[in-house]
Design a protein around this ligand. Structure first.
Ligand SMILES: O=P(O)(O)OC[C@H]1O[C@](O)(COP(=O)(O)O)[C@@H](O)[C@@H]1O
Ligand SMILES: [Mg+2]
Ligand SMILES: [Mg+2]
Length: 319
């Protein structure tokens, strides 16, 4: 079985991007080690601070952010980073070519129940001799040169695209290397499985209410087939399931806080997942736009997300 370095070395991925990918994923291996220790290392629970989005940080949000930040700032090919847990972008090396946006720990509410979490990353190429600024990151997702996530589950997995399909790697605990276990992942256009947080139902728009109503009615409604529902409460886990066996995932706009266009963040949740989904033959939209076409206006911008099996995303948008 080929490991990640061998797969990258035999691809057309630029050497400089390979070093960034290796640095990022090596750090994820270290994060997975920390996660494995759980309570034994005293790393569960709250950190006692809020992040820039006003969300309470868990200790592991802070630990994984610091690990990725330290590793990437030390990588000469990195120009700057942006993180869910950092208010502003953090410039690295003016000669670096890559901008990396990441969610260091996705699914924070799962940490203390020993359930699935992950790290999500999105990489852009940007050269110039000025110190990096926030506006450098405000590039539509279709310009990403690589995107992926590491899922920390019963086994740790890396799912990666460099714009030429999607590959899955499984972490070999004996050698601490990611081995290629699934090449050219593809998602079937039809599905009978959906993922949405049903507790928000009364806050959804009429169109999402009608769409989900029809899913729930199954064979007795106008869809003429039964649907199953799953909710991991970590986008990384829900997207992973869709890449493995299909499905559709929604975190739509809702009127709990109508000023927010959605819950999930464009730069380090929606964009990298949208690139993976499209590379696997699926679709990723807001209520109105293809996610990868959105011109970002801020690094912590939020968006509504409807992604997964192509025909099911189209069906949802038709409501
Ligand atoms: O609390 P809810 O509504 O189940 O939301 C779960 C969603 O929130 C998130 O956990 C947000 O990510 P963070 O944990 O990185 O803030 C998504 O991964 C997930 O899909
Ligand atoms: Mg997240
Ligand atoms: Mg997070």
């Amino acid at each position: 079985m080929q490991n990640l370095s061998q797969v990258l070395a035999s691809s057309s991925v630029a050497d400089s991007l390979q070093t960034v990918l290796i640095q990022t994923t090596d750090t994820c291996v270290a994060i997975s080690d920390v996660l494995k220790q759980g309570s034994l290392a005293g790393i569960l629970g709250m950190a006692g601070n809020e992040n820039v989005q006003g969300e309470e940080q868990k200790k592991l949000d802070v630990i994984s952010n610091d690990m990725l930040k330290d590793a990437l700032l030390a990588c000469p090919a990195v120009r700057a980073i942006a993180s869910e847990e950092e208010e502003d972008i953090v410039p690295a090396n003016t000669n670096g070519e890559y901008l990396i946006a990441f969610d260091p720990l996705d699914g924070s509410s799962n940490i203390d129940i020993n359930a699935m979490v992950g790290t999500i990353f999105s990489i852009y190429r940007q050269i110039g001799d000025n110190p990096a600024e926030e506006k450098d990151f405000l590039i539509p997702g279709k310009e990403q040169v690589a995107a992926g996530y590491v899922l920390y589950g019963p086994s740790s997995m890396l799912v990666l695209t460099t714009g030429d399909g999607v590959n899955m790697f499984t972490l070999d605990p004996k050698t601490n290397t990611f081995l290629l276990t699934e090449k050219g992942v593809s998602i079937q256009p039809e599905t009978q499985e959906f993922a949405i947080n049903m507790s928000n139902q009364r806050f959804w728009s009429d169109s999402i209410q009608n769409y989900v109503d029809d899913l729930v009615k199954g064979k007795e409604g106008r869809r003429n087939k039964d649907f199953n529902m799953r909710w991991v409460a970590a986008m990384v886990g829900d997207v992973h399931r869709i890449l493995c066996r299909g499905g559709v995932f929604l975190y739509p706009w809702d009127k709990k806080d109508p000023s927010k266009p959605g819950k999930l963040r464009l730069m380090y949740e929606a964009n990298p997942m949208a690139m993976l989904l499209e590379q696997a033959g699926g679709k990723a939209h807001t209520h109105t736009d293809r996610i990868l076409d959105i011109q970002p206006s801020a690094i912590h911008q939020r968006v509504a997300v409807i992604l997964g099996a192509a025909n099911e995303v189209d069906k949802c948008l038709s409501y």
